[in-house]
Ligand binder design. Structure first.
Ligand code: B12
Ligand code: SF4
Length: 598
């Protein structure tokens, strides 16, 4: 049995519990965690519990219970069971926490219900693979998904589009949606896929992706498991050597995955496929020759939106370019795309917008490119084409302040641009220089004020406590924000993502990770991931609270975690938790204000 329990203690600390197989005996060790034994405890527990999605699981064998004895009166207890859903074994344990022991309803363990890994049932569950090659693409369950922010997983959708162009039947399951995990379980025996592709999206969801792979491995032992996305690319060796995956697609996956499937079908070796990583028979890592990026993104087929239950998603998202040429030290996205940038043509972008509007009734579309307006000529052409076609659609985008000017903003506004997100990061020039933002602060002020003047709402993200930041640097940021007053302020805590220059230099930069478990990184500045030599975590939190109070005093509404991000109807908001909801809510809010409905 290979169980890893993550226990969040009442005091907020996270314990990681691993079992060490010592000569057949299971030995559990971790300071502060007490093994309660395998006697069924005297706690009323329904054998049929429901997971986060309300799906009932049948609990089978009781494995044991653990208490994280943090010393306080609110210790947590975790019970481990084997479990089944519709006869298909789940991961080897079901986590359950005695509710009366939980400090609050918001406690993360409440959201843990129903997640598991099961070795015992492996043999029982084996499903033979389909003789016709069928591919399954899976976005793993992630318990902290913000429903309003969910959008079609475009990476997987793009891979599906290429596979389908090769007539390879492919189904995508986005287990962040409540209905998808049960649908996946129920579809397995029908599909019996030969290939399963799993997305590794972020540091935060990495463990959930591993759990998903282990479970898939146990129920589909003959299928080839392929991982892709940023975290699979970065941690390929680990994922291959512990047999979580058979192959990792390195970087851009649209063509590589399809070629791997085709090569297997045609009995060609994996070594003939560019952009792959796998282990050879001696266990050494093989990286096939590097795949060059798809230069013209128009060469990729349009995604099949009808393959998704699109009515369940919170926002319509579009990607019209990939990458960013800048090198901010904290940014993982630009690093993943190796600081290159490639585009769709203006005609293709407007075709996509028109399809979303006309066929799916999308009224607000979020263009999620890292830096939408980096190519001024292309942006002008896109806006002109929207206007020429008379397409009435509101859209929002992300960009840098030095990639807009008055004329461009007016043109974007005429073409339906309702909101722009600028990565401000800090209102202090030396802080920006320290993270290699390559931005003159006055340009941010100009871009924000111009946008307001023209009628485009603004959103800024601020990273609170950058390396080397002093209290006075943060106060400069507050003064900046009070002066320009963007419509939405997103206060993030510093989060060192794997693969960034920040992550590689933590010690030199005087940054310490104080929350060791990425599964719990929320980026919420009030629950910091890091502290620095100059700003201890407690000080970061108290300063952030001071900030919020100052912003409230000039009319900002504080969006707490549990408030809906859309339809708030406030002109100015400040938020601390991660909120990828971009344009839609804002536009609706502004509309309701101007039409007096609020
Ligand atoms: C849209 C988006 C979302 C959406 C949709 C997620 C999704 N599944 O697609 C939502 C809002 C749900 C989301 C949630 C989160 N996100 Co997000 N997200 C993005 C964003 C803006 C774009 C992703 C995208 O669609 N790119 C376009 C497609 C074409 O590229 P792609 O997804 O990378 O896919 C390509 C390759 O990676 C590869 N590939 C990807 N998956 C697979 C799978 C297989 C099998 C193969 C072979 C290949 C492959 O092939 C694809 C085509 O080339 C990125 C930032 C960015 N610019 O990339 C952040 C980003 C990836 N997200 C991030 C984070 C932190 C999160 C959250 C943890 C936030 C939170 N606390 O809720 C969650 C985690 C959700 C999860 N399920 O894991 C961070 C990750 C940082 C890190 N290194 O950890 C990023 C980089 C944002 C940032 N700048 O910080 N996200
Ligand atoms: S400009 Fe934005 S997308 Fe580009 S590297 Fe900096 S933070 Fe990342």
């Amino acid at each position: 049995m290979d169980v890893r329990a993550i226990i969040r203690q009442a005091n907020g600390d996270v314990c990681i519990l691993r079992n060490v197989d010592s000569g057949g005996d299971e030995h559990w060790s971790l300071p502060g965690v007490e093994l309660l034994g395998s006697e069924v405890p005297h706690i009323a527990l329904d054998r049929q519990i429901r997971n986060k999605f309300g799906v009932p699981f049948q609990l089978n064998r009781y494995l044991g219970a653990f208490r994280s004895s943090s010393g306080g009166s609110q210790d947590n207890v975790e019970l481990l069971f084997t479990a089944e859903l519709d006869g298909v074994p789940q991961d080897s344990d079901v986590r359950w926490c005695a509710p009366h022991m939980l400090p609050s309803t918001a406690h993360p363990l409440r959201r843990f219900l129903g997640q598991c890994s099961n070795d015992h049932a492996r043999s029982r569950a084996s499903l033979p693979i389909n003789s016709d090659v069928v591919v399954l693409l899976v976005q793993p369950f992630f318990p902290f998904s913000d429903r309003e922010a969910l959008s079609i997983p475009l990476g997987l959708a793009g891979i599906q589009a290429v596979l389908q162009a090769h007539r390879i039947p492919t189904e995508v399951f986005d287990c962040c949606l409540p209905t998808e995990y049960p649908r996946l379980v129920r579809s397995l025996s029908r599909l019996r896929p030969a290939f399963v592709g799993v997305q590794f999206h972020s540091d935060m969801s990495f463990d959930w992706a591993i759990r998903t792979c282990r479970w898939l491995r146990s129920v589909l032992p003959e299928a080839t498991l392929v991982g892709g996305g940023e975290l699979a690319t970065r941690r390929a060796f680990t994922l291959l050597s512990d047999h979580t995956l058979d192959y990792v697609v390195d970087g851009e996956g649209d063509l590589t995955f399809a070629e791997l499937v085709l090569a297997t079908r045609e009995c060609r070796p994996a070594s003939s496929v560019a952009g792959l990583k796998y282990l050879d028979d001696s266990g050494s890592l093989v990286s096939t020759h590097r795949r060059t990026y798809v230069r013209n993104l128009d060469d990729l087929p349009m995604i099949d939106i009808d393959a998704f239950d699109w009515s369940q998603y919170g926002q319509w998202t579009l990607f019209t370019s990939r990458g960013c040429p800048f090198r901010c030290t904290f940014c993982s996205s630009a690093a993943f795309w190796q600081h290159s940038i490639r585009f769709q043509s203006p005609a293709r972008v407007v075709d996509e917008l028109a399809r979303l509007k006309e066929r799916y009734g999308a009224t607000d579309i979020y263009i999620a490119d890292d830096i939408f307006t980096v190519n001024r000529k292309r942006t002008v052409a896109i806006c002109s084409e929207i206007i020429r076609r008379g397409l009435k659609v509101k859209w929002s985008c992300l960009t840098r302040a030095d990639c807009v000017d008055r004329e461009l903003l007016i043109h974007m506004h005429s073409a339906g641009c309702a909101q722009i997100s600028f990565g401000l990061e800090s209102g202090n020039q030396s802080s920006l220089d320290r993270v290699n933002k390559a931005m003159e602060l006055h340009k941010s002020a100009t871009a924000l004020l111009l946008s307001h003047e023209i009628g485009i709402r603004t959103r800024v993200s601020v990273i609170f406590g950058l390396p080397g930041d002093t209290e006075s640097d943060l106060r400069s940021t507050l003064s900046f924000l009070l002066e320009v007053q963007p419509n939405e302020i997103q206060l993030y805590g510093l989060t060192p993502h794997d693969g960034t220059a920040l992550y590689a230099n933590l010690d030199n930069l005087g940054v310490r990770i104080i929350n060791p478990e990425p599964a719990y990184w929320s980026r919420d500045v009030l629950n910091p991931v890091c502290e620095t030599d100059l700003l201890p975590a407690a000080r970061i939190v108290s300063l952030a609270k001071e900030f919020i109070t100052s912003l409230q005093s000039v009319g900002y509404t504080y969006l707490s975690d549990d408030m809906p991000k859309k339809k708030i109807g406030a002109r100015k908001t400040v938020a601390t938790s991660f909120s990828p909801v971009q344009g839609i809510g804002a536009v609706q809010a502004e509309d309701s204000l101007s039409s007096g409905t609020k």
